[in-house]
Each structure stands twice: as structure tokens, then as C-alpha cells.
Design a protein around this ligand. Structure first.
Ligand code: PMP
Length: 354
């Protein structure tokens, strides 16, 4: 039997998400933190109880995790929904509400991949020349396509900048009007590095607003834990499509540990922010490199012949993300440890010199 023909057409034409698994000395391609958010002293002792109870299913409602997050964010646990990474929550939100799904491009690729997997129409609207929202085009597309969902990642991946607050607000407002009726998901995966917290307080005013965050960028990518913050009505609907035990017991236990002692996470974020600024200045000082401003834990930069530079960096053991298929002649580098940043910068300078 021809399996390819047996597959639904929208899946047949879909390309699987590809994450590079190339062995390298310096891995600065995936916007992870270079530091773990769990200290050595914390780990072994606190996990003992969880390990002994692995014969049982995990808490399906992740009650302790949700309570701790809710307390931090001054909302109720009923306003929080846990996901196996925010990737899974994007899946759940699109499954629950359906499309069309609208988002600016370039954006995080999973909005498009998941829309297609679920056979929902996807509409990508180009950003303006400053990588900010192009309001003429965004509002025009809202009017024309009447999207059920709008995803806005701010700070945006891969550009690194936050979109203008006023523009996001305008979209949320328009989307809440009787004429438009869209849910707006503000994806704040990189919020800890911008420090901006403008949309959570808006939740009381706009019941079409969903904020999405994750532990992945602050030293816990291996746990796969993301969460939605939204009105109870939205949370209850999305919760219907959530798989019962979507976040495993070990991930819940480690996340709780990290939330009870936030010092490693805080130190982690502070270090990445200060290293980001140093890295940006250093990139700015290299002839032929133009780094873009970043509110995130990575920097997008343009360089002539980006494809070639990407390959040569890799041969020197440095793995960055090649973005030139999305933004001409651009590479994206994640902020690493001071040592990793030094190795990356030296490799880049050597390549440009020869
Ligand atoms: N949103 C954005 C904007 C991202 O860049 C990423 C990770 N690359 C995610 C969501 C997914 O994060 P998670 O690890 O929580 O699935």
C-alpha cells in the first residue's frame, strides 16, 4: 500500500520540524539557556520522593505547579493551563478554536506547522522594515480573513525585538470588537529577558487575550513545560483537548523545585541579559556584521554570504541558526556563557578575515 497517498493531504505536504542535532563545541542555535536552573545541592535530595512514586501517574492537573505560577503572576490557578512545552499549548489552542490563524512573519515556525497539521488556514503577514507589526497589513488581513486566532510573539523569534506595545494593544482591541472576534495569543517565551509585563494586566479588560510563557528559555528546556495564562472560560475550553497526563511527574517535581528557589533562575536571566549586551557591542564592532536590537536571549545579525559563514562556523565547532532562508543573509546566535561567546566571536572574526 502507498502510505504517502494514505496520509491526509495537509500532512503529506507538511515538512517535519527540523532541529539540528549536530555535535559541536559551542551550541548557540536553539535559544536555550547556557545554565541549568537547578543547583547541584537541590537536585538529588528533592527528587527522591518523586522517583519512588514513578509507578503512579503524575498529577493530571499539575496543581502545585499551577498554584506556584499563579501566585507569582497574581492570578488564580484557574487562569493557568500547563503544557508539555508551549509547543503543545499552541497545538491545543488551535485544536480548540480552529483557524484561520494569523501571525506576522518571520515568526516562530510552529504556528504555521501546527495550523497545517490541523488543516487550518494560515496567514503570515510580513513585518515592517523595523521588524515591527505592519498595522496597515495586519488590520487589513483581520478584516479580510476574519482569523479566529492571532499569534504575536513578543519578543519575537527570530528577530529578537518586542513589537510596539501600542500596536499589540490596538490588535487586541480590534480583535475584541463584535466585527472581528479573534483570540489574540501573546507568546511571551522570551519575556524574562525583556522584563516587560504589559499584557498580563490587560487580561481583566480583554477576555480575548491569552498570554503564553515557558520555562524553556530560563534554564529548563529539557523539562518541556509551558503555560497559558487566560480567563477561566478559555482555560476550561482548552483544557478539554489536553491529554490527561501531558506533563510527567519528574518535570512537575523539578519545576516546583525551581519555582521554590528562584535564585538560580534569577542569576541565569541577569547573566544572559548582561552577556547579550556585551555580545551585541562586540558584533557591532566587527566590520561587515549588523546585529539587530534584542530583548531576548539571542541576537539576529546580518552578514554577507550567511550560508557560507554558517558552514564555516560549524566547521570550527560553533553551531548557530541559519536564518537566511527566512531573512536574507541573516544568522541567529543564542547568548551563551562568556567563554562560549568568546569562542563564537573569535571564530566569526577569523572567518571574516580570511
Ligand atoms: N514560542 C516561541 C516564540 C519560541 O521561540 C519557542 C521555542 N523556540 C516556543 C514558543 C516553544 O517553547 P517550548 O520549549 O515551551 O515549547
Amino acid at each position: 500500500m502507498d502510505i504517502r497517498k494514505f496520509v491526509r493531504p495537509n500532512i503529506r505536504s507538511l515538512k517535519a520540524y527540523h532541529a539540528e542535532e549536530i555535535p559541536c563545541k559551542v551550541k548557540v542555535d536553539a535559544n536555550e539557556s547556557p545554565y541549568s536552573a537547578i543547583s547541584n545541592q537541590q537536585s538529588a535530595i528533592s527528587l527522591e520522593k518523586t522517583l519512588q512514586a514513578l509507578n503512579r501517574y503524575p498529577d493530571p492537573e499539575a496543581k502545585v505547579f499551577r498554584r506556584l505560577i499563579a501566585k507569582d503572576l497574581h492570578v488564580k490557578p484557574e487562569n493557568i493551563l500547563h503544557g508539555n512545552g508551549s509547543d503543545e499549548l499552541i497545538y491545543y489552542v488551535i485544536t480548540t478554536f480552529g483557524g484561520p490563524v494569523l501571525y506576522p512573519v518571520p515568526a516562530f515556525s510552529m504556528y504555521g506547522i501546527i495550523s497545517q497539521a490541523l488543516n487550518e488556514k494560515k496567514i503570515g503577514i510580513p513585518l515592517d522594515d523595523n521588524f515591527d507589526l505592519d498595522m496597515g497589513k495586519m488590520l487589513g488581513a483581520m478584516k479580510q480573513h476574519r482569523p479566529k486566532l492571532i499569534f504575536l510573539s513578543s519578543p519575537n523569534n527570530p528577530t529578537g525585538n518586542c513589537f510596539s506595545t501600542g500596536k499589540i494593544l490596538e490588535i487586541i482591541k480590534r480583535a475584541s470588537s463584535v466585527r472581528h472576534q479573534s483570540l489574540v495569543v501573546v507568546d511571551e517565551a522570551y519575556q524574562p529577558f525583556s522584563g516587560k509585563n504589559e499584557f498580563l494586566p490587560m487580561m481583566d479588560k480583554f477576555n480575548n487575550l491569552v498570554v503564553m510563557r515557558t520555562l524553556s528559555k530560563i534554564g529548563l528546556a529539557g523539562l518541556r513545560l509551558g503555560f497559558l495564562i487566560a480567563g477561566e472560560e478559555i482555560i476550561n475550553e482548552v483544557n478539554k483537548v489536553r491529554l490527561p497526563f501531558n506533563v510527567n511527574a519528574l518535570s512537575q517535581a523539578v519545576a516546583i523545585m525551581a519555582l521554590k528557589n528562584k535564585n538560580p533562575v534569577r542569576a541565569n536571566i541577569a547573566s544572559v541579559i548582561s552577556q547579550r549586551e556585551a555580545l551585541r557591542t562586540a558584533l557591532d564592532n566587527i566590520d561587515g556584521i549588523t546585529p539587530y536590537p534584542s530583548d531576548a536571549n539571542f541576537i539576529l545579525f546580518s552578514v554577507a554570504g550567511a550560508d557560507r559563514i554558517y558552514g564555516r562556523l560549524l566547521r570550527k565547532g560553533v553551531l548557530v541558526r541559519n536564518m537566511s532562508g527566512v531573512i536574507r543573509d541573516c544568522l541567529r546566535v543564542t547568548v551563551g556563557t562568556p567563554e562560549e561567546n568568546k569562542i563564537f566571536l573569535k571564530a566569526l572574526k577569523d572567518i571574516l578575515r580570511h
